[in-house]
Structures are given as structure tokens and as C-alpha cells.
Ligand binder design. Structure first.
Ligand SMILES: Cc1cc2nc3c(=O)[nH]c(=O)nc-3n(C[C@H](O)[C@H](O)[C@H](O)COP(=O)(O)OP(=O)(O)OC[C@H]3O[C@@H](n4cnc5c(N)ncnc54)[C@H](O)[C@@H]3O)c2cc1C
Length: 249
């Protein structure tokens, strides 16, 4: 990461550590205001604010994050070889994570707060056909328990009966969605129904001329560092082309 920063600085990038709190993207000159009170004026903007995974917000989640609690099955599944795994969620990500994690876990239990799933039928059918996956429905995890070695079990409450239970688990994969960091654009860039920035075709151009977007803030499918970095490079090229076209006007 340091090397990437040094390389950017070597080519003239100036890096400021602050939060953007508001933007004005109308007109040829865009204005970016930060929490520290600075206002930046620019002819081109590249948005790479990413997306934040949603948390369960229950006791033990933060404490055992990275020590059994994970938000990325493809990144961390391998660490739970032959261990009991729980996936929390009911969407396509939860189904595909559960399916993927059966390669590693001694068992995979999918816990979902309702009977019905938001996931597509094909994903639910695939998970149900996998006999290494069991389903705990109408259920919510209320506490993640563990010790010095990491997560050991979960407290679970049945939402229909109120009954409490404790199930063993060493890996807990939280798959309850992501929130793209786009709130502060305040409707100035076109977003999709889930709040991700829409880009045109295979480019990084947004609905606003001179404003480009790349990485997870545009991508709810792959969410990988390499694809985000590659798209960031394309955004730089698109921005450069845009600035050149302004200079040639
Ligand atoms: C636990 C975990 C493990 C992962 N492991 C892997 C892996 O092994 N391999 C892989 O390829 N991918 C992995 N990923 C995915 C990878 O991290 C992302 O796809 C990648 O970081 C996306 O890059 P990005 O630049 O689009 O967004 P991010 O890396 O999320 O960066 C967005 C940045 O914007 C900043 N920001 C947001 N809002 C504002 C604001 N208002 N003002 C200023 N700054 C703001 C954020 O603070 C953040 O620094 C993992 C993800 C998670 C959550």
C-alpha cells in the first residue's frame, strides 16, 4: 500500500487525509468540501469511496472480527478447514458464500431471520441441494462467543418462538449486504436502486460530465481489490481524456 502511495506521489499526486462531507458537481468547476473545512475546486473528479459491509451490531462481533468473524468468504474461507462454519444472511451473497464455504467447513449452517429468502430461486435451490448446508430459519444471532483462539459458538434466538439456543461455530461469515458510500453526493450523480454509482457502458463516466467513478462504489458483483485498482486506472485515463478535450475546446 505504501509503495502504491509513493508511486502516486512520485507522479505528482498530493494526498490529503480528510472526509469529504459535501460536493457541488454542477458546472465545469466542481467543488469538494471536507470535514476539515477545506474547499477544493477541480475540473475532473474520480469517485472511489467504496462500499461498507453491513454489520450485525451484536456483542462479540467487533471483538472477534478477523478472529472468526469475517465479511469475505473468498478471502477467509480457507482458514476454517474442517471447522464448523455459520453464514448469516438470506440474499444471493449468503447462498453463494454458503455453497463456496462447503469446500472448507466440516459443516455450514445458514442462519436467516425469516423463512423466505431475498436470494434468487436458482441460488436457493443450489444451496438446498448441497447436503453440507443446513438451514436455521426464523433465527437471529444475538451473541458471538469465543476465547483466545477465536470464535467458539453463537447464541441464537428463534424469532417465532423466542427460544434461545447455542450452536458451535469457529467461522462466522456475515453476508447481510453492503452500503455504497454515496450518501454525500446528494442525488447529484445517477445511482442504481441500491445506491451504487451508475457508469456508462464499459467506461468510468458517470451521469455528470467530468465526474468518473471506479471500484466498489460502482461494483456490487465482484468487489475485489484487483478489479477496483484496474478500474481506477481506467478512470484516470477517462479523466485525462476529458481534461484534454477541455483544453482543445
Ligand atoms: C474483510 C475484507 C477482506 C478482503 N480481502 C480481499 C482479498 O483478499 N482480495 C481482494 O481482491 N479483495 C479483497 N477484499 C475486497 C477489497 O478490499 C475491495 O474490493 C477494494 O478495497 C475496493 O477498493 P475501492 O478503492 O473501490 O474501495 P475501498 O478500498 O473501500 O476504499 C474506499 C476509501 O474511500 C474512503 N472514503 C469513503 N467515503 C469517504 C468520504 N466521504 N471522504 C473521504 N474518503 C472516503 C474510505 O475511507 C476508503 O479509504 C476484501 C474486502 C473485505 C471487506
Amino acid at each position: 500500500m505504501n509503495q502504491m502511495r509513493e508511486q502516486a506521489e512520485h507522479f505528482g499526486a498530493q494526498i490529503e487525509y480528510d472526509d469529504v462531507v459535501s460536493v457541488d458537481l454542477s458546472g465545469d468547476i466542481k467543488r469538494i468540501t471536507t470535514d476539515g473545512g477545506e474547499e477544493y475546486q477541480t475540473r475532473a473528479v474520480v469517485i472511489t469511496t467504496g462500499s461498507q459491509y453491513r454489520k450485525l451490531e451484536i456483542p462479540g462481533e467487533r471483538e472477534f472480527s478477523g478472529r472468526g468473524v469475517s465479511y469475505c468468504a473468498t478471502c477467509d474461507g480457507f482458514f476454517f478447514k474442517n471447522k464448523p462454519i455459520v453464514v448469516v444472511g438470506g440474499g444471493d451473497s449468503a447462498m453463494s458464500d454458503a455453497d463456496f464455504l462447503t469446500r472448507f467447513g466440516s459443516s455450514v449452517t445458514l442462519i436467516h431471520r425469516r423463512q423466505g429468502f431475498r436470494a434468487s430461486k436458482i441460488m436457493v435451490d443450489r444451496a438446498k441441494a448441497n447436503d453440507k448446508i443446513s438451514f436455521l430459519l426464523d433465527s437471529v444471532v444475538t451473541r458471538i462467543n469465543g476465547d483466545g483462539s477465536g470464535v467458539t459458538s453463537l447464541d441464537v434466538r428463534n424469532t417465532a418462538t423466542g427460544q434461545q439456543s447455542n450452536i458451535p461455530a469457529n467461522g462466522v461469515f456475515v453476508a447481510i449486504g453492503f452500503t455504497p458510500q454515496t450518501a454525500f453526493f446528494n442525488g447529484q450523480v445517477d445511482l442504481d436502486q441500491d445506491g451504487y454509482i451508475l457508469v456508462k457502458g464499459g467506461s468510468t463516466k458517470t451521469s455528470v460530465p467530468g465526474v468518473f467513478a471506479a471500484g466498489d462504489v460502482t461494483d456490487k458483483i465482484y468487489r475485489q481489490a484487483i478489479s477496483a485498482a484496474g478500474m481506477g486506472c481506467r478512470a484516470a485515463l477517462d479523466a485525462q481524456e476529458y481534461l484534454t478535450s477541455l483544453d482543445n475546446r
